[in-house]
Write a protein that binds this ligand. Structure first.
Ligand SMILES: Nc1ncnc2c1ncn2[C@@H]1O[C@H](COP(=O)(O)OP(=O)(O)OP(=O)(O)O)[C@@H](O)[C@H]1O
Length: 256
């Protein structure tokens, strides 16, 4: 499934914070949305998830206007993981992950074997199987983040949108998460992540979108987008570049 933004202008508190942004997310690719704090990344991601109504422009899912989809139909196709997501009830982890199957169930329908398999797969993929009986409110921040990712994956959405999903994860789980979403995308799904880690973006994303002050200022491969000029002009930094095992790395080194 493809997801596109057509000349999206988005407002927060009556002020435009995203100005006429157009972009396309393609199946089979991990897209990274980068930019300084306040650039409009989360607002854009929410609009792509159908959770923020544009002041102007459209988001389209496979060419159809996103707001035309019923909530449940949209939720089956589009999985959205918000920034610093949390759960306020002490539900066992397995029940939280099973909530990800709701878009697939009819009214009053109970989970079937297919749903149970999907929940088990998501618990295994995110490495939280051993936490399945623990109340989610008693987990560490990183454990909870993996459980909430499992909830989204349990829904097996065609498109996964995640806002700073690796913030709060330890290095092992950051790399594990990025490998997981890369495999997910390379199975023909569409993935877009808001990221602050330039290094993970360089290594794991196929395409990057760089936002600054509500504008899309660059898009392309990591090499094209993370060039010294953009890092200087947009982030005000200089970086160290290199390659290991044929994959690029970018380490922020100092202020420009
Ligand atoms: N509910 C709100 N009411 C008013 N202004 C808001 C609201 N939410 C966000 N904003 C403003 O909109 C702009 C874009 O915010 P957004 O959260 O999209 O940025 P971001 O690029 O995701 O930032 P960060 O990297 O800090 O998470 C910011 O200037 C922010 O202060």
């Amino acid at each position: 499934m493809s997801l596109t933004a057509e000349a999206l202008t988005l407002e927060q508190g009556g002020t435009a914070v995203v100005h006429g942004v157009s972009l396309g997310l393609q199946p089979g690719e991990v897209a990274g949305i980068l930019g300084p704090n306040g650039a409009g990344k989360s607002t854009l991601l929410r609009a792509l998830a159908g959770l923020h109504t544009p002041a102007q422009g459209e988001a389209r899912l496979n060419g159809e206007r996103l707001h035309r989809f019923r909530g449940r139909d949209r939720a089956r196709e589009l999985g959205y993981l918000p920034q610093a997501a949390t759960v306020h009830w002490p539900l066992p982890v397995e029940r939280v992950v099973a909530l990800g199957r709701l878009p697939h169930l009819g009214p009053w329908q109970r989970l079937g074997s297919e749903d149970a398999y999907a929940v088990d797969r998501a618990l295994a993929a995110t490495g939280v199987e051993e936490l399945r009986d623990r109340p989610v409110t008693q987990l560490s921040g990183g454990e909870r983040a993996r459980v909430l990712l499992a909830r989204v994956l349990a829904g097996e959405p065609s498109i996964l949108l995640a806002d700073e999903p690796v913030a709060g994860l330890d290095p092992y789980h950051q790399v594990h998460f990025m490998e997981l979403v890369r495999d997910y995308a390379h199975q023909g799904r569409t993935v877009a992540l808001v990221l602050h880690d330039l290094n993970l973006a360089a290594r794991f994303c196929d395409r990057l979108f760089l936002m600054d002050e509500g504008e899309l200022v660059a898009q392309g491969t990591p090499k094209e987008v993370l060039d010294p000029r953009h890092l200087d002009e947009v982030f005000g930094i200089r970086a160290v570049y290199g390659e290991v095992e044929g994959e690029p790395y970018v380490v922020p080194w100092g202020r420009a």
